[in-house]
Write a protein that binds this ligand. Structure first.
Ligand code: ARG
Length: 461
């Protein structure tokens, strides 16, 4: 039975009924919806709208539905296939279980505030799960950094060799990004965690339900302050998919780095068999499909974010059925983000650094040229002049096909008499790293300290 038959004399078109129905996807909200329904029943009891036995019958019926909905296959039963949405599903089952008293549950409520409260409850729990996953990924970054504590790799700008950095320093960059992501989700959780129930269809309700009490029962931090806004606010979904987009963007960048570093040309990383796939044609191939999919799936999350913005932009206050389209965007964002975090964590546990090759690459190709310029600056030369001189030294070294450290002291002094024997230590790989000793720099001492901080930050949460 539909929730709105009285006004109608004709039958709904069957194709349109299926088009209109959302049960096949909004059934994911069922446990959140059932929780809010029980609190709604009790609030109606406290308001004197339902008597005690009605409240108990409803709450018992809802508990029974909760049990049934948890049974495998129950929601898939063919007799439920034509259900309009999760809200009519619950009312239908409730009336089957407890009789007409079940129809009283919807007193003073609309599906508009019902769907809003269910979505918020659902998302709140999902954010908590997501924060756990983000921690696991950050832990995997720390574990990998720990394994290669003092291993240098080449750092790049413009994907051209720039300066040596520690692999741990590189990994901790992603730790920082994912920590900001976690902070963003935690912040969004506060705005998600507001009770819209009691707003009715748009104007509020004639029954004196205690919204503050309902909020406390459901663990909400606040109640919404405007009924029109409460039933038509989807900001929290838009900012959630926005934050999800940022996380996917971070995972995608990491994926892109690893794909590049694992090429034969770079040869810095080796991807384990557990996260690679082969080619159906070329027997020698080992492809980084895990990483490519993470990178690819970022696109669909960006799409959902964009879809929700577009969905909301032209809608007149208050509720419009367009909002039903928010669910699949939200659910797919959650599924994509969760699975991408899990795969990223697995990748981080199944990747190896070719440490000797990375260390050799880190100091090759004049990555210590800046250290040579800084050496001249410490001897009193203006940086711009030092830059110019080292540029010429690099051209000379390229001409001879050698590295800076392979030039003789006499050769070097042709360019500047400020250069002395201690230059060679100053431009060594060890010193290049150790020299970056400011907070946030790549010196082993700093990186150790940041690794410790990162570890502590996961314990605090
Ligand atoms: N299924 C709808 C949604 O997801 C909720 C029902 C509100 N429908 C309505 N006609 N007022 O937004």
């Amino acid at each position: 039975m539909s929730l709105w038959g009285g006004r109608f004399t004709g039958e709904i078109d069957q194709f349109f009924a299926a088009y209109n129905a959302s049960f096949r996807f909004d059934r994911r909200l069922i446990f959140a919806d059932l929780k809010a329904c029980a609190v709604q029943a009790r609030a109606l009891g406290r308001a004197g709208v339902l008597n005690e036995s009605e409240v108990e019958a409803i709450v018992t019926g809802l508990a029974k539905i909760t049990t049934l909905a948890g049974e495998p296959g129950y929601l898939d039963r063919p007799e439920f296939a034509a259900t309009e949405d999760v809200h009519s599903f619950i009312e239908g089952r409730l009336v089957e279980l407890i009789g007409p008293a079940g129809y009283k549950l919807h007193t003073g409520r609309s599906r508009n505030d019902q769907v809003a409260v269910a979505t918020r409850l659902y998302l709140r729990e999902e954010i908590d799960q997501l924060l756990v996953r983000l921690r696991e990924t950050r832990q995997a970054l720390i574990d990998l950094a720990d394994r290669y504590r003092n291993a240098p790799i080449p750092g790049y700008t413009h994907l051209q060799k720039a300066q040596p950095v520690l692999f741990a320093h590189y990994l901790l960059a992603y730790f920082q990004m994912l920590s900001r992501d976690a902070a963003r989700f935690a912040e969004i959780r506060h705005r998600v965690n507001t009770l819209p129930l009691g707003s009715g269809a748009l104007a509020g309700t004639n029954f004196p339900v205690d919204r503050q009490w309902m909020a406390e029962q459901l663990g909400f931090e606040a109640v919404t302050r405007n009924s029109l806004d409460a039933v038509s606010d989807r900001d929290y979904l838009i900012e959630f998919t926005g934050a999800a987009s940022l996380t996917m963007m971070h995972l995608s960048r990491l994926a892109e780095d690893f794909i590049i570093y694992a090429t034969q040309e770079f040869g810095l990383l080796k991807l384990g068999d557990r996260i690679s796939t082969g080619s159906s044609l070329m027997p020698q191939k080992k492809n980084p499909d895990s990483l490519e999919l993470i990178r690819g799936k970022a696109a669909r999350v960006f799409g959902h974010h964009s879809a929700l913005l577009t969905l909301a932009k032209g809608l007149p206050l208050a509720y419009n059925k367009d909002f039903q389209e928010d669910k699949e965007a939200l659910f797919d964002t959650l599924d994509t983000l969760n699975s991408s975090l899990i795969v990223t964590t697995t990748v981080l546990g199944n990747v190896e650094l070719d440490a000797p090759r990375a260390a050799a690459a880190a100091i090759r190709d004049y990555t210590n040229a800046t250290d040579l310029a800084d050496y001249l600056v410490r001897r009193g030369l203006e940086f711009r002049k030092a830059h110019e001189i080292v540029g010429r030294i690099v051209v000379h070294a390229i001409g001879r096909g050698v590295e800076l450290a392979q030039l003789t002291i006499d050769e070097l002094r042709e360019f500047s008499t400020l250069i002395e024997d201690d230059l060679f230590k100053a431009i060594s790989l060890e010193q290049s790293l150790a020299g970056k000793a400011m907070v946030g720099g790549t010196s082993p001492v700093q990186v150790d300290a940041e690794l410790e901080r990162a570890r502590d930050s996961l314990i605090d949460q």
